[in-house]
Design a protein. Structure first.
Lengths: 176, 413, 211
């Protein structure tokens, strides 16, 4: 990963190229994190991929995250990798929750990194983040007609109560 | 990527995406459903394949048929109870799942792992890699019509499972790797058995090669099949033996050595053509290298504790409970609540038998993880299947699927 | 049909049984159509049924159907060390139409449940189901939104094999238990248990004239 100075240099260059794109940097436990504005994700990742001396050509992973109860609720994480320098850069886009019927939206990076295709579909399936410009945004793991986004923190765990001798009487028709 | 995927949906609904084909050509297109119950899909993968005679025009995977919600269940369990859950994701690489998760938590805790524990982890992971490749070889050869190799591979697999059972008590899903080390030291006589097994195994690999390498049917079905350029594989996020077969020597054990991998002398096998035959050769060569790593690790196994002595993370030894009040309190706290992890995020990748297996853990400071995500190599590698099979014959699709080695439990999680 | 096993003791016992059997065959106070019916019911059908069940139980054709972790252990029961051929259950058939035993080897998600049910419906009767492992029996540790909490919610299950995953020996034990059940009663009374009368396939099995 880039060291703390290198991370600040990247953030500085990015702020010059795309004003307002980088909202913060973190260097924690050996992970360099770039917190970005979700509206600028395409520009930031394009810059990180195409700029000489950056060359983050490999997108290792895209995953979603629900930070409830914290304020920007959703996070979409991009794990970038430069294979020549063996440097990992963790880019994090934070999205506000627009309220119940609306879904948070951001740009898809599948045109830049084709590997993001399935992984963005998984984030849509599990967290309900809509990726604009995604070639085929459908549910991927849950059935097509499923309602709700199961890995949000406020989605119930589901399943059934387990019957023990101390609570079996609370379950209706437990004796059947 | 965008246009073909869009055309698939049209094909699936019965409208052909062939530009200006005459009526006869369009009539010959056939869309068949392949799976989720099919013996050659290695699980419950479903493919919607569009064919013109025997040529594959489009293959689109539908997944999620063993989606288990493990990532959600993990949020409801304390950290050390998550380990058996994540082991059930990629069910042929259970040590790697547990290892990726434990390394993420260790990074958040900033907890060093004793050297003996690192070596024991390496030994078990490499045995697990051999086990995974053996199951892959047996089932793949079965798909290509070579049934005898299946019996041989499962014979060796049972020997590995005997070793796992001896050291941890379970054949599969052993929960051997703990946060801070491993659950227990290896029992007496285990090292000798493992050494004897590695010697056997190297001989057996030669026998497998003797069966398959000169088999004309096997060669014709694997040579020059499913070649995808290296750059395209990188864009699709493919790692592991598939990428190495295309000639890129990317292996996280060498690139970012974790868990004492820098202390062992081993080679990274790479292919030259990138076809299915190279994928097979790379994996067989990896079995040999894994045997060598296991031997080096057992011979150089350092003395010392097998788990960290930090009582806030690891359980105290059993005999201390009867004599030490402090140990009893620690034991009680760990068993009832579990340990708390400082807030933060960690993504730790390791090299699983199928590629980069990364575990993302988000901690909010409590005793339960706020999010556990496994970047499973099978899930990402599956995207390359379309590139491999389109334009080829449908029989080659079976070969490609077999040599891709997808584990549906890891894909769907 | 009920199987009665009697101990064979001294040769005199055998002779006594033979005598009793010939008495039954002859019919003590019957003749004509009554006797024919009596003989048909008591001797011929019982023996045929027994032989049929014996043959069914020792020639189980499991479907090649793997779901998750348990599928790997299910594959290993046919290998050299465990060798389910000893119990006549080694011929895994890829098509459900040729199989009569469905081994649910792994977790059944809500997306997979309709598929599993369809595969079960495609199998010809008589057919049996083994739920292998904790997940297909009760969803095991995964008490969450994605899984069907126990496969017997949507299909009849005859044998539950515990374990996560069960050892191949445990699965073989389950198969042997199933064989014992088949020898006793091939339908295993599941239609009574699940209230599923009316689902019989015509002209098959002793229950087809029931409803």
């Amino acid at each position: 990963m880039p060291d703390a100075t290198g991370l600040e240099l990247i953030a500085h260059d990015l702020r010059e190229q795309v004003p307002g794109s980088v909202t913060g940097t973190q260097h924690h436990r050996g992970t360099a994190t770039l917190v970005i504005d979700p509206e600028a994700v395409m520009q930031v990742l394009t810059w990180l991929r195409r700029t000489p001396n950056q060359d983050y050509h490999f997108l290792a992973s895209v995953h979603g995250c629900d930070y409830l109860p914290h304020a920007p609720r959703f996070g979409v994480h991009y794990e970038l990798l430069n294979m020549e320098r063996v440097e990992r850069l963790h880019v994090k886009a934070l999205l506000e929750d627009p309220g119940e019927p609306e879904l948070p939206e951001m740009d898809s990076v599948a045109a830049l990194f084709p590997t993001a295709n399935f992984q963005e579909r998984e984030i849509y399936d599990m967290f309900g983040v809509v990726f604009r410009g995604h070639p085929d945004l459908r549910r991927i793991l849950m059935p097509d007609e499923y309602e709700g986004f199961p890995q949000r923190r406020d989605f119930p765990m589901g399943g059934e109560p387990v019957l023990f001798t101390h609570n079996e009487h609370q379950t209706p028709r437990w004796y059947e | 990527m965008s246009e073909p995927a869009g055309s698939v949906r049209q094909l699936a609904t019965g409208v052909t995406a062939e530009p200006a084909g005459d009526a006869q050509t369009e009539a010959e297109l056939m869309t068949i459903n392949f799976g989720p119950h099919h013996p050659a899909t290695h699980g419950v993968l479903r493919l919607l394949v569009t064919l013109r005679a025997e040529e594959v025009l489009e293959a689109i995977p539908y997944i999620g048929y063993v989606h288990t919600g493990i990532e959600k269940s993990c949020e409801d369990k304390s950290y050390w109870k998550v380990i058996p859950l994540v082991e059930r994701m990629d069910y042929l690489a259970y040590y790697f799942n547990a290892m990726a998760f434990c390394m993420s938590v260790e990074r958040l805790l900033d907890e060093p792992v004793p050297e003996r524990a690192q070596y024991l982890r390496v030994i078990h992971c490499e045995l697990n890699r051999i086990h995974s490749h053996l199951v892959w070889l047996g089932t793949s050869a079965l798909d290509l019509g070579a049934i005898s190799i299946f019996w041989y591979c499962f014979r060796e697999r049972d020997k590995i499972l005997d070793l796992f059972e001896y050291s941890s008590g379970q054949r599969m899903h052993t929960r051997y790797i703990q946060v801070g080390g491993v659950a227990d030291d290896i029992p007496a006589g285990w090292a000798e058995k493992a050494l004897r097994f590695t010697e056997d195994m190297e001989e057996r690999v030669g026998q497998y090669e003797a069966i398959l390498d000169r088999n004309e049917i096997f060669l014709q079905r694997t040579r020059d099949v499913g070649i995808v350029p290296q750059q395209r594989l990188l864009d699709l996020g493919v790692t592991g033996p598939l990428l190495r077969a295309a000639g890129n020597p990317w292996d996280l054990r060498k690139a970012t050595p974790y868990s004492s991998y820098d202390k062992f002398d081993f080679k990274i096998p790479v292919g030259t053509v990138g076809d299915c035959y190279d994928r097979y050769r790379v994996r067989l060569a990896e079995i040999r290298e894994s045997c060598s790593i296991v031997r080096q690790a057992i011979e150089g196994l350092p003395e010392g504790p097998h788990i960290t002595t930090n009582r806030k993370v690891a359980l105290p030894p059993r005999h201390e409970l009867a004599t030490s009040m402090e140990a009893l309190i620690h034991h009680f706290k760990l068993v009832t609540e579990g340990f708390r992890v400082p807030p933060g995020e960690a993504y730790v990748p390791i090299e699983s038998p199928r590629g980069e297996m990364g575990c993302f853990v988000l901690s909010d400071g409590s005793a339960k993880p706020a999010r556990v995500h496994m970047r499973d190599p099978s899930f990402v590698n599956l995207q390359a299947l379309r590139e491999m099979v389109v334009g080829g014959y449908i029989a080659d699709m079976i070969t490609n699927l077999a040599m891709l080695d997808p584990i549906l439990g890891g894909i769907d999680r | 049909m009920e199987i009665r096993r009697e101990k064979v003791g001294a040769p005199t016992d055998v002779r006594a049984r033979q005598h009793r059997a010939s008495e039954m065959l002859r019919g003590i106070d019957m003749s004509g159509a009554d006797l024919d019916k009596y003989v048909e019911e008591r001797v011929l059908t019982t023996t045929l049924e027994k032989a049929l069940n014996w043959a069914r139980s020792n020639a189980l054709f499991p479907a090649t159907f793997g779901l998750a972790c348990c599928a790997i252990e299910m594959m290993s029961i046919v290998t050299a060390r465990y060798d389910s051929a000893r119990f006549g259950a080694e011929v895994f058939r890829a098509s459900p139409r040729q199989a009569d035993l469905l081994i649910l080897s792994g977790r059944v998600s809500i997306k997979m449940a309709p598929v599993v049910r369809r595969i079960y419906d495609q199998m010809l009767e008589p057919k049996w189901v083994i739920a292998m492992g904790a997940c297909s029996s009760s969803a095991g540790v995964f008490n969450n939104y994605a899984l069907v909490q126990g496969a017997d919610k949507f299909m009849p299950v005859d044998i539950h094999v515990p374990g996560c995953p069960p050892r191949p020996e445990a699965l073989l034990h389950g198969i042997i238990k199933l064989q014992a059940k088949i020898k006793g009663d091939p339908t295993l009374g599941w239609r009574e248990r699940y209230g599923a009368h009316g689902t019989e396939e015509l002209g098959d099995g002793p229950e087809s004239n029931g409803s």
